[in-house]
Design a protein around this ligand. Structure first.
Ligand code: NAD
Length: 454
């Protein structure tokens, strides 16, 4: 949703980049950059990235082909047309998707993304990642994802509300508190979840457990907004001693200063770590003296300033952000940002993947060669879905837990996930990424077999 003053281009006052025109623009830009589709910054798509890691694990587990194919494709895919009259007076047609990858371990669960780059393959990738992530965290959910290819950060609030309600009307039949439970993702937030819950409630009666990540005033959970970033920091605390890092001597960089990135930054700072670089869709900044995460958050989200106008920091190119010398690099933007063409420039000791699929397999290998300790997305950013699980449990009971209780329980689950995965990695001499896929896939296969599904 719009959080910053808009340029004439964004508002469409000069006749450009409004509604689906922004989608076309993204496609053109991707083509110019040599990518085959929007959203593909790297040498391979997000779907290819997830399937690559999945296949490698399947081979290690020696799963037969007939079983592999069940988890290769999603269980159900819904594509809908969303015609919406925007404030320019014209009807614009967006595409919406809800993809349910696997529900063996419980109701489908996964976020809703509003972004011009959203397409069916990206949603397939994110849905499959959710299946493995809920299994690694060992919360009783399957995996799903949804999205609409709208440029929500450039639309009016009323326009985003219309799109959200129309999308919910079209997918509600496959949702439900025991079927499929959406949550926020890129460019969606507690407000969007409130509209989703309200729209679902018009058809089914008040149903807070239909989505998570809702506002506190509407049965949201304390701690949910911070949970993904906080989860990344729990991972840091577990992993830091392995490579001899202490918080007071740790510097870090955040790529993608949104919900996940800004909370990870604030909580890292509370531990005593120092942020030396940050970026968002508008640009990147650095400061060896340190960038105050609380002040940067206020500057962007309350004072509606641009990240690149933050006082005291040097503006750099987004590519140069990767090369900043630091202990921890936290990708928290979009998929494929660390790829074959730029991984070699990275100058950190640890990567904590707040974003989904930020690292391609080729980049992953380069990072391994550079001895960078990578905490993969399926484990590192699971804090969001873990806290969504808590919200769902609270909603089903209409009972609220204190924030401290939420954070303590989150810490317990994240630590267990880290120990399960790192134990397996040690046992089999694997990376955390490979070990996490093994742990996740095994749990899903076991549930599917026990149900008699495969
Ligand atoms: P968000 O919309 O709040 O933030 C995304 C941030 O990325 C914004 O600051 C945006 O400006 C920035 N960005 C976009 N394009 C960029 C680019 N090319 N370079 C640098 N920055 C760019 O979204 P979010 O909820 O924080 O999600 C961020 C990532 O974390 C996504 O990959 C998402 O799938 C993943 N994730 C989110 C959650 C959650 O609970 N929100 C949970 C798990 C994983």
């Amino acid at each position: 949703m719009a959080t910053k003053p808009k340029t004439a281009e964004q508002t469409g006052e000069d006749g450009t980049a409004h509604g689906p025109e922004a989608v076309e623009l993204a496609k053109e830009e991707a083509e110019k950059a040599g990518a085959s589709k929007p959203g593909q910054r790297a040498e391979m798509s997000n779907l290819d990235i997830v399937r690559f890691y999945f296949d490698r694990a399947v081979e290690r587990l020696e799963l037969p082909d007939d079983i592999r194919v069940v988890f290769w494709e999603p269980y159900r895919e819904v594509t809908v047309q969303i015609p919406v009259k925007l404030t320019d007076g014209k009807t614009h047609v967006f595409s919406g998707y809800r993809i349910q990858h696997n529900g063996a371990r419980g109701p489908y669960k996964g976020g809703i993304r509003f972004h011009p780059e959203v397409d069916i393959d990206e949603v397939r990738a994110l849905a499959s990642l959710m299946t493995w992530k809920t299994a690694v965290a060992n919360v009783p959910f399957g995996g799903a994802k949804g999205g609409v290819n709208c440029p929500a950060d450039q639309l009016e609030r009323s326009e985003v509300q219309k799109i959200t309600r129309s999308f919910m009307d079209k997918i509600e039949k496959v949702l439900g508190p025991t079927r499929d439970i959406p949550a926020p993702d890129v460019n969606t937030n507690a407000q969007v979840m409130a509209w989703m819950m309200d729209e679902y409630g018009k058809l089914h009666g008040h149903t807070p457990a239909i989505c998570t990540g809702k506002p506190i005033a509407l049965e949201g959970s304390y701690g949910r907004e911070q949970a993904t970033g906080r989860g990344c920091v729990y991972m840091f605390r577990e992993a830091a001693p392995q490579i001899g890092l202490t918080p007071s001597e740790t510097s870090f960089v955040v790529q993608g200063y949104g919900n996940v990135g800004s909370w990870a930054a604030r909580i890292m700072q509370q531990l005593g770590c120092k942020m030396v670089g940050a970026s968002d869709a508008t640009g990147a900044i650095r400061s060896d003296a340190g960038i105050d995460a609380e002040k940067l958050t206020r500057h962007i989200f309350e004072e509606e300033g641009q990240l690149t106008e933050f006082p005291g920091a040097e503006v750099i190119s987004p590519d140069d952000l990767l090369a900043i010398e630091c202990d921890v690099f936290i990708p928290a933007a979009l998929g494929g940002m660390i790829h074959e063409g730029n991984a070699d420039r990275m100058n950190c000791r640890m990567v904590i993947e707040g974003a989904n699929s930020p690292t391609t397999p080729a980049a992953d290998e380069i990072l391994q060669d550079k001895d960078v300790y990578v905490i993969p997305d399926v484990m590192a950013n699971a804090g969001g879905v873990v806290c969504s699980y808590f919200e769902w449990v609270q909603n089903l009971q209409h009972f609220r837990w204190a924030e401290r209780e939420v954070n303590d329980k989150l810490g317990g689950i994240m630590r267990k996930a880290y120990r399960d995965v790192s134990g397996r990695a040690k046992e089999e001499k694997l990376t955390l990424r490979d070990a996490s896929y093994l742990v996740g896939i095994e749990r899903v296969v076991e549930a599917s077999r026990t149900r008699g599904y495969v």
